[in-house]
Design a protein around this ligand. Structure first.
Ligand code: MLT
Length: 381
């Protein structure tokens, strides 16, 4: 009766499991500091909220269009031009309900049962869960310190139909140089595979990461997924986009969306238009990024003082922290949880190569981050 592939997924989704633990400790009256899920604590800029409120109060909302409002797709087209110097026509952009949904769906649209799908290891757990749920075969691409958290391209062979990559990377915080991305595209074209490229963090921090469409040849094989969640503190809105240049990919994504859903609510899309076009929002986001950058420095120096090595943080809201000897990433995270009431994400939750690390976010005020580090210090690890 139930899809048998459910058995392949862990009992609870990674961040749900951590939320359950957090809630349990809060119920016991503990003062918990959660550095687990990437959910911005600095609030959604007011002009974005006002735009949505105005729209919902003044306009009767019927079914939206499944590809999204033209006005938002045009604003994103302008964004591609300004931000990446990439020509991305509005017709090649589709609006969606958060990148998580699209990144889960993409496997069933662009692969078949016998296919092998490559996934970075460690990676955002949704990629692996989708591959398992759709009953495809999985190939891990280890991303470790020795390869600067960039997969070895020799692992990509002709059995692979799709490859998931994310830069700036969740969870390691690594970035990919354009020269590496050019080699990646070359290799994927040789083996006839498509690239699923996640840029959810491209606008976090200094905004230097490229769109995959800045890379020659990507137009034929790439599908890019972007999100409003992190730079605009819009995780609760569920708003994201998909962009592709290959006409076949565009055609089948449109067909899938027409059949699968009835589009993203227009009042949420209005909020997205304001996020992209309001100078006031731009000012607020710049201020938020400056605050995040101070927190990142605090977290990095704090962990380093405790003699732990820290990667990431500059281009993503995550510290990828190597753990002391004698622990697994899970046992270390549990120690912090049970003895310091600090919640971090065990690296192994992102894949086998995440063992030896935990991930900590900067989405807590500076005083809380300092307090968390002090509590961890008191454990005398
Ligand atoms: C994360 O913490 O990795 C992400 O924010 C979770 C998500 O986007 O679903």
């Amino acid at each position: 009766m139930i899809n048998k592939n459910f058995k392949k997924l862990s009992e609870n989704y990674l961040f749900q499991e951590l939320a359950l633990k957090r809630n349990e400790l809060i119920k016991q009256g503990k003062d918990v500091i959660a550095l687990a899920i990437g959910d911005p604590d600095l609030e959604t800029p007011m002009p974005i909220r006002e735009a949505m409120a105005k729209e919902i109060l003044e306009v009767y909302h019927k079914y939206p269009e499944s590809e999204g409002m033209l006005e938002l797709r045009q604003a994103l087209s302008q964004y591609y031009k300004k931000r990446f110097k990439v020509n991305m026509p509005a017709d090649n952009i589709f609006i969606s309900f958060g990148a998580k949904t699209d990144l889960f769906d993409v496997v069933r649209v662009f692969s078949n049962t016998e296919d092998v799908i490559a996934v970075q290891d460690p990676a955002y757990p949704v990629y692996e869960n989708s591959i398992l749920f759709e009953g495809r075969n999985i190939k891990y691409l280890p991303c470790i310190e020795e390869n600067n958290f960039l997969p070895d391209l020799n692992l990509l062979d002709k059995n692979i139909a799709l490859a998931y990559l994310c830069y700036p990377n969740n969870p390691t915080g690594a970035t990919a140089p354009k020269s590496y991305l050019a080699e990646l595209i070359k290799k994927l074209k040789q083996i006839n595979a498509l690239l699923i490229y996640d840029i959810a963090y491209a606008d976090f921090g200094p905004r230097m990461a490229p769109s995959i469409f800045s890379i020659p040849g990507a137009k034929d094989i790439a599908l890019e997924f972007g999100s409003f969640s992190k730079p605009y503190s819009m995780t609760g809105y569920r708003l994201s986009w998909f962009a592709a240049k290959n006409p076949e990919i565009v055609k089948y994504w449109q067909k899938f969306r027409n059949n699968r859903d009835s589009g993203c609510s227009n009042y949420i899309q209005k909020a997205g238009i304001t996020a992209l076009t309001s100078p006031e929002v731009e000012k607020i986001v710049r201020k938020n990024m400056a605050e995040y950058s101070e927190r990142a420095k605090l977290l990095k120096t704090g962990f380093e003082k405790l003699t732990m090595q820290v990667f990431g943080l500059e281009h993503t809201p995550y510290a990828w922290v190597s753990i002391p000897k004698g622990y697994t990433s899970k046992s270390f995270a549990e120690k912090l949880l049970n003895e310091a009431y600090v919640i971090v994400t065990p690296g192994s939750g992102f894949g086998p190569s995440g063992e030896g690390y935990v991930r900590a976010t900067i989405f807590q005020p500076k005083a809380k981050i300092e307090e968390a580090l002090e509590r961890i210090g008191r454990l005398k690890l």
